[in-house]
Structures are given as structure tokens and as C-alpha cells.
Design a protein around this ligand. Structure first.
Ligand SMILES: [Zn+2]
Length: 176
């Protein structure tokens, strides 16, 4: 998923339904790409744009780090955000890095947004993720107070998310 709007949308759901605090849940939702993308796409130190931070190992380690420096509410909220990021990228994550060795698929280079935007910029995907974000924001409105409305909207969000995550990249690459 794109960091915005897709990953932000899923992280916000953690605030709405899992009592995650805004700031740590958003940081958890965005940090995996903020670390893994530069390490691979700019510095070429890692084999793929979804690497260590896109693993459950990182979720555990970072949650413990936040717990050490802050308190459990922040650590819990961060954990929800980080997990939501992995869900949004569920088409490929090295879930059990470094305990399992992975064959990394052909990756996307975010710097191509300047030189070859056609390999990374898909208006249809951004539109779909924007719709998901819009539905998530709608859940905060007074029009979504009824449980039946919430259930219907959540079902739509889940269906659109699965549809979006399972779309294969037109170039055959993985790792947006
Ligand atoms: Zn990611």
C-alpha cells in the first residue's frame, strides 16, 4: 500500500476500534516504510524495500523499545500501528526475518517516482486507498453511530483492502 492514504487508513482503524493513541499508532503505521525504503532504494544496503521493519520480529523489538522509554499505552498503540502496516503489505512481508531466509521478489524503487513514475504511481490504486481512508473517517461521524452501519462500512473496508492488497503490480514487481 501507499503510505498515504492506505497505511494511514488502516492505522486509524486501530484508534477507532482498538483504543490506540493517535501519535504512536500513526508512527507505527508509517515507520516501516520510512526505514526500509531508504535503506534499500537509496543506500542499497538491504535486498528489498520490505525488509527488517516489515517483520514480526521488528514489531516485537520496537514495541519493547517504546515500552522501555514510554509506557504500555504508547507501546501498545505503536504495536497496533506497526501490525496494521504489515497487514496492508500482506502480499509480501519477510514475516519471520531473520529466522527464515526469504527469496525477495523483484522490488520497486521509490526513486522511480521521478524517473519512471509509471512503475510506481497508479491513480486507480491511490483512488481505491483514498476511498478506504474516506470510509474510515466516516466511521467517526455521527452517521455511523448504529452498529449495523459500522458493520456494513467495516465489511466494505475489509473487502476493498483485500482487493487492493491482492492486486498484483502491473510490472510484476512487489513492495510498494
Ligand atoms: Zn511497507
Amino acid at each position: 500500500m501507499y503510505p498515504v492514504p492506505g497505511h494511514v487508513a488502516l492505522a486509524i482503524l486501530g484508534n477507532r476500534y482498538l483504543k490506540a493513541d493517535w501519535l504512536p499508532v500513526l508512527i507505527g503505521g508509517l515507520l516501516p516504510d520510512l526505514i526500509d525504503k531508504p535503506l534499500n532504494d537509496i543506500f542499497h544496503w538491504t535486498p528489498h524495500g520490505r525488509y527488517a521493519m516489515h517483520s514480526l520480529t521488528a514489531v516485537v523489538v520496537l514495541t519493547l523499545v517504546v515500552q522501555y522509554f514510554f509506557q504500555w499505552a504508547a507501546a501498545y498503540s505503536y504495536m497496533i500501528g506497526h501490525l496494521s502496516h504489515l497487514l496492508g503489505d500482506a502480499d509480501f512481508n519477510p514475516w519471520f526475518w531473520p529466522f527464515v531466509s526469504y527469496r525477495f521478489p523483484q522490488g520497486i524503487d521509490v526513486l522511480d517516482i521521478f524517473s519512471a513514475p509509471g512503475t510506481i504511481f497508479f491513480p486507480g490504486w491511490i483512488l481505491l486507498e483514498t476511498v478506504i481512508l474516506g470510509l474510515v473517517i466516516f466511521l467517526y461521524s455521527r452517521y455511523a453511530e448504529k452498529c449495523s452501519v459500522q458493520a456494513a462500512v467495516l465489511t466494505a473496508i475489509a473487502a476493498l483492502t483485500v482487493y487492493r492488497v491482492t492486486r498484483s503490480h502491473p510490472t510484476g514487481y512487489t513492495g510498494l
